[in-house]
Design a binder for this molecule. Structure first.
Ligand SMILES: Cc1cc2nc3c(=O)[nH]c(=O)nc-3n(C[C@H](O)[C@H](O)[C@H](O)COP(=O)(O)O)c2cc1C
Length: 196
């Protein structure tokens, strides 16, 4: 696979089985995260590794968070989340170590975390693994965030579910880049993607 093939064939998936990346493989994958663009070299990304018996513990924190946010959360939703967090081969909680007083604006700090996450997704694919980035309102629950080690102003950017792609994988339809690209000729541009 050429590097471009690698980029163009990546797709998110939650159809994941063991094995998850070993600690050594994960370390190599996360080395790609450290290559993300990062204005001010603030290194705002943090990765909490949730493996093995830590998964059901995390699942219970997730359920508690769901119930905190909605005491009437439907049972099927609770069970779905409990199962996913208990059984995904590996989970990374994506921490954002943010510095509101820094001259680098917060949105740039958050974008650096996102860029690093994209590198992780690509590195997973390049090494034969797969994953998906998920969030949900629990990712904004300050209690859960703090339980993971990110008290305000730090935040969570969500979670990565990680493992080995299992069985038939979805082949998502991809957009034509031409619809999202326009030449600038001195006037504000418009994009085919935004025209009905
Ligand atoms: C910050 C962020 C949060 C996301 N949260 C969720 C989520 O909670 N649930 C979900 O199904 N997809 C979520 N997604 C979308 C998936 O990660 C993924 O991009 C989508 O399934 C499309 O797959 P693709 O990456 O192959 O295009 C999120 C994406 C981002 C960037």
């Amino acid at each position: 696979m050429t590097p471009m093939d690698m980029l163009l064939t990546r797709a998110s998936t939650d159809r994941l089985a063991d094995p998850a990346p070993s600690d050594a493989q994960l370390s190599e994958i996360l080395a790609a995260a450290m290559r993300a663009p990062d204005h001010g070299k603030l290194r705002p990304w943090r990765y909490v590794v949730i493996r093995d018996d830590a998964r059901p513990l995390m699942a219970e924190r997730i359920v508690a968070s769901m119930l905190r946010l909605d005491a009437n959360a439907p049972e099927f939703k609770i069970e779905k989340r409990r199962k996913r967090f208990s059984t995904m081969p590996l989970i990374l909680a994506l921490g954002m170590h943010l510095r509101p007083d820094n001259k680098i604006p917060m949105w740039e700090q958050e974008m650096a975390v996102a860029a690093a996450t994209m590198n992780v997704l690509n590195a997973l694919h390049a090494t034969g693994f797969g994953g998906v980035w998920v969030s949900g309102d629990v990712a904004e629950d300050p209690v859960l965030t703090e339980e993971l080690g990110f008290p305000a102003p730090h935040r969570l950017a969500g979670f990565l579910f990680i493992g080995t792609p299992d069985g038939e994988q979805p082949a998502p339809k991809r957009s034509d880049p031409a619809e999202f690209t326009a030449p600038w000729t001195g006037k504000p541009v418009s994009f085919a993607a935004d025209r009905t």
